[in-house]
Design a protein around this ligand. Sequence first.
Ligand SMILES: [Zn+2]
Length: 203
Amino acid sequence: MYFVKPPALLKRLFPADLTWRKESHDTVYLSFDDGPHPVATPFVLDQLDAFHAKATFFCIGKNVSLHPDIYHRIVIGEHSVGNHTQNHLNGWKTSTDIYLKNVRSATSTIDSTLFRPPYGKIKKAQAVAIQKQGYEIVMWDVLCGDFDTKLSPEQCWQNIRRHLRPGAIVVFHDSAKAWERMRYALPLTLDYCRSQNWKFGTL
Ligand SMILES: [Zn+2]
């Protein structure tokens, strides 16, 4: 169960000061979680390059260690990177101590002050502690559902098309699970933004 567009009530359940969208009248913020992945991430980077677009990649520390060359390509491409924990931990099922250690462990490969909690699940104590360390916690405005294997590529694109607006932070996944839907929806998203004269911003 997930919301493509987070309802106000859901936002109120989270601690204050989480970033859900940006104030902008002409810029959208594409983000990619769970990489680097040897196939999906180079595909994303090629697509972004074709549109001269920049984006933000919330990387899993373990995957950065596995694919340092792809991580390097993200960084030299002037995209943003963010910490998505070392092992994709679910905050609700993890003690705060272990969670914080896992976030710290990802800092050995990921240099960033942005953090996105895996599954969007984080306890208040975890969020407060992470913010105290100087991180901005970034959630989303549009969760396209590319990770949902029951969704068709077309439905995934329609989720985006319906909710995309300037200031939106959109979540895709550069992962094996999302591949079929992401590879379909991303080029359409880029094309649609260009048709609206929207820019692509990094977080
Ligand atoms: Zn994730």
